[in-house]
Ligand binder design. Structure first.
Ligand code: KG4
Ligand code: ZN
Length: 389
């Protein structure tokens, strides 16, 4: 089975092509996984600006599709008969993309020029995410589904972050029950996974997500966007604690009985500390590096403590990580060490860093666990900003 996957839930425009022999536990072959990042566009705003992100998705989706099919070896010039088909169907296509005029213009040229690729199904992120962004991806998938007569499988973005772990084979029998920690720019959730498709959210953030905390701290410190990778980089440069700075950050909600998180207080503490420093200290490398290391460690401490507590309470076999923050090298290292030391009978899975941040390969992989029961016609596919697992 071959899947064409589309992901536009936030500020990355992603298209991937995956192939498998039908056995979901065999290795998925990623034929292409193209990501067009909008970082440069959003940098000056210090965060993602939804209307701008939507516009960029409209601009980028067709070129990204082109690259994904080309890399997968599926791009072939069309014959005349195909152009006739386009003339007949262009009215409906225009209706499907009525809110994405720019996208329609680019897709029209593409569909006239190239043949239908050898794929069996289209996967698209339906939520959660930024509603205007999700709709661009969903309408794009609908247009392709209509023109190529292919079924669509809508995919939950959080589930896709979890399923990213199966892109490299991990088997099934020894995995469940599992605790999944999904940590991204929009979400921080602890999920009990009994089997594929069976999820129970044990806890989640009450305010900012962990990635959002990194992004906001980076903005306060004047480090740019997205904050996570920059804070991580600064933290690696930190060597010796400078007692002159005396930075004390809280570990929010760490000893509370529930599995919820809260990271907005952490960001506020950083803001006040920063404001109360002299101009000279604020700008010093030592202060910035020490603050980044402290913030990173505070987030890691809370995430590990709560996840291991859930792992013990639910007597799980596996801890599964996913989401952009799971790309953090220190978090990955400390998670693996702690699991080995404190619950040695459990395993800890984390996707390759490139598959932690948003990508379409994880969206395509999720389809194998829903096929064929969740396939739906293109008219019924909708985007839902607050979609739950
Ligand atoms: O999953 P993702 O790509 O998009 C969402 O679904 O939100 O996650 C993006 C988040 C951003 O907040 C980014 O700052 C954070 O993941 N992130 C990191 C790292 N790489 C990305 N946070 C900490 N360390 C990193 N290395
Ligand atoms: Zn994500």
């Amino acid at each position: 089975m071959r899947v064409l996957a589309i992901e536009t839930s936030c500020d990355d425009t992603c298209v991937a092509v995956l192939k498998t022999n039908g056995d979901k536990f065999s290795r998925f072959k990623i034929l292409s996984n193209i990501i067009s990042s909008q970082v440069e566009v959003h940098k000056k705003w210090g965060g993602v600006y939804p209307a701008l992100a939507k516009r960029e998705h409209q601009k980028n989706l067709t070129p990204v599709l082109f690259q994904a099919l080309k890399k997968a070896g599926m791009l072939k010039k069309s014959k005349t008969v195909h152009k006739i088909k386009f003339c007949l169907w262009s009215k409906t296509l225009k209706e499907i993309l009525s809110r994405e005029e720019n996208l329609y213009k680019k897709l029209k040229k593409f569909l006239k020029k190239y043949q239908q690729p050898n794929v069996d199904v289209i996967a698209v992120t339906a939520g959660p995410g930024l509603e205007p962004c999700l709709w661009v991806g969903v309408n794009f998938a609908k247009a392709l589904s209509y023109f190529w007569k292919l079924p669509i499988v809508p995919v939950n973005h959080i589930e896709a972050h979890i399923i990213a772990n199966w892109i490299l084979p991990v088997g099934e029998s020894q995995i469940f029950p599992a605790i999944c920690l999904v940590v991204s720019g929009g979400h921080t959730q602890l999920i009990l996974m009994k089997k594929f498709g069976q999820y129970k959210i044990l806890g989640e953030t009450r305010d900012d997500a962990a990635g959002e905390c990194f992004d906001k701290v980076a903005r306060i410190l004047g480090l740019g966007y997205p904050g996570g990778p920059i804070v991580a980089k600064m933290a690696t440069k930190f060597k010796i604690r400078n007692l002159k700075f005396e930075i004390h950050l809280p570990r929010p909600m760490i000893y509370q009985k529930n599995y919820d998180f809260s990271f907005s207080g952490l960001k506020t503490t950083v803001l006040y500390d920063f404001k109360n420093r002299s101009q000279k200290i604020r700008k010093s490398k030592q202060y910035i590096q020490q603050m980044c290391a402290e913030v990173q460690q505070a987030v890691i401490d809370v995430l590990i403590h709560k996840t291991l507590k859930a792992a013990r309470n639910y007597k799980i076999k596996t801890i599964i990580l996913g989401g952009g923050v799971a790309a953090n090298a220190e978090l990955r290292k400390q998670f693996k060490e702690k699991v080995k030391k404190e619950i040695p009978d459990s395993k800890c899975y984390i996707p390759d860093s490139k598959l932690c941040t948003d990508n379409a390969a994880m969206v395509g992989a999720a389809v194998y666990f829903h096929w064929p029961k969740d396939k739906i016609s293109q008219q019924k596919t909708i985007a839902k900003a607050n979609l739950r697992l």
